[in-house]
Design a protein around this ligand. Structure first.
Ligand SMILES: [Zn+2]
Length: 373
């Protein structure tokens, strides 16, 4: 494991934006308006008081295994019966899945890929990130109302047998066990077009159960944001005869230092140039490893990051976390993990445009977070 290092280089003064700025995300091409407001110090955010319960009757607590569907996987260090106690992490199917394998449906991914679309279009329109209206196999009759069964898997990975509401409350060993389970389940679904690992923490983040858990969506399509990143990473690699786009960004972030929060031998933690949200952080492996699930690093730094957010925004801190890993069949990619404290709900501007307004510059966020870490 990498030993955390204090950043010794004196950080440049944070950019004091006198007027708002449009920034382009290097990985996705997305735009962000960085418009520092009067609010912006950690104390200015009132994320809403969240007081988790003691866990009475919680279906995710150890001992209540019968309250969930039968487990898909669990880690039991001292062996023990499936669907009984003694686990450190436990995966169960989501009771209300966003994607699912229909009853009686073939378990063969090839067969799933060949499922007919309800509009009668070629399946390729759905397995590709392209707009199905434009990508229709029947050029003369575009699919105005395209749909097909949302095939895949939606799993809940319970991070701890104890009723903890925040991953900041997991010690390094417990967080490592949780991350091991995330990675193991992602590998289990490596035949899917894309596997999305997310974690919601707190009611404002979208979590419906407070007992800490991650969720995995294994899908038969590559979400557009991921596809854009894959395309940009691939194009950059071609243009530069083999360089990793995120690797080059990271090298420059380390050199500049003003958005760098922390670094160790395995990973670096930065506030991204085009951060969409205040105090957003990105955890980046220092070597360009394509898949999160095939790496082991970053867990210690993740623990430091969530504990810093807890120190700044309240215990427990409401947050969203997600992993971006290589889609199926993509060899050249650079995984990263994104983490945002959930400080404010989305406004109509963001919904209308897909462009976020961030009222805290990533440079000043990084300065605050460096001190908190
Ligand atoms: Zn619980």
């Amino acid at each position: 494991m990498g030993r955390p290092r204090k950043i010794l280089r004196p950080a440049p003064e944070p950019a004091d934006l006198s007027s708002p700025e449009v920034r382009i995300d290097q990985l996705t091409g997305g735009r962000v308006l960085v418009a520092p407001g009067r609010a912006g110090r950690p104390d200015d955010f009132t994320a809403g008081d969240w007081r988790p319960s003691t866990g009475e009757g919680c279906p995710f607590c150890e001992g209540n295994e019968s309250a969930t569907p039968p487990e898909t996987e669990a880690e039991r260090p001292d062996s023990g019966e499936a669907n009984g106690p003694g686990w450190v992490s436990r995966t169960v199917p989501n009771l209300y899945p966003a994607v699912s394998r229909p009853e009686g449906e073939a378990d063969d991914p090839e067969a799933v890929r060949k499922l007919p679309d309800r509009a009668g279009a070629e399946s390729s329109a759905f397995s590709s990130p392209a707009d199905p209206l434009l990508a229709s196999g029947r050029g003369s009759e575009p699919d105005m109302f395209a749909s097909r069964p949302a095939v895949g898997a939606h799993e809940v990975i319970i991070n701890s047998p104890e009723h903890v509401a925040s991953i900041a409350d997991l010690d390094d060993a417990a967080l490592a066990a949780a991350a091991r389970a995330w990675r193991s389940r992602m590998r289990a679904h490596q035949d899917s077009a894309y596997v999305q690992l997310i974690l919601n923490q707190g009611p404002a983040s979208g979590a419906s159960l407070e007992h800490s858990h991650a969720q995995l969506g294994a899908m038969e399509f590559v979400p557009p944001a991921v596809a854009r990143e894959r395309e940009r990473v691939g194009a950059y690699r071609e243009r530069t005869a083999g360089a990793s786009l995120l690797g080059e960004i990271l090298r420059e972030e380390i050199r500049r230092g003003d958005r760098l929060v922390a670094i160790d031998d395995e990973v670096a933690l930065v506030c991204p140039w085009a951060s969409r949200h205040p105090y957003e952080m990105r955890l980046i492996p220092r070597r360009p490893i394509a898949r999160f699930e095939e790496d082991e690093g970053g867990v210690e730094m993740l623990g430091r990051a969530v504990r810093a957010l807890t120190g700044l925004f309240g215990d427990p801190c409401q947050l969203n976390l997600w992993v971006r890993t290589a889609p199926r069949g993509v060899e050249h990619f650079h995984w990263h993990l994104d983490l945002i404290p959930r400080l404010e709900p989305a406004s109509a501007f963001e919904m209308a445009t897909g462009v976020d307004i961030n009222i805290v510059t990533p440079e000043s966020a990084a300065e605050t977070l460096r001190d908190a870490l």
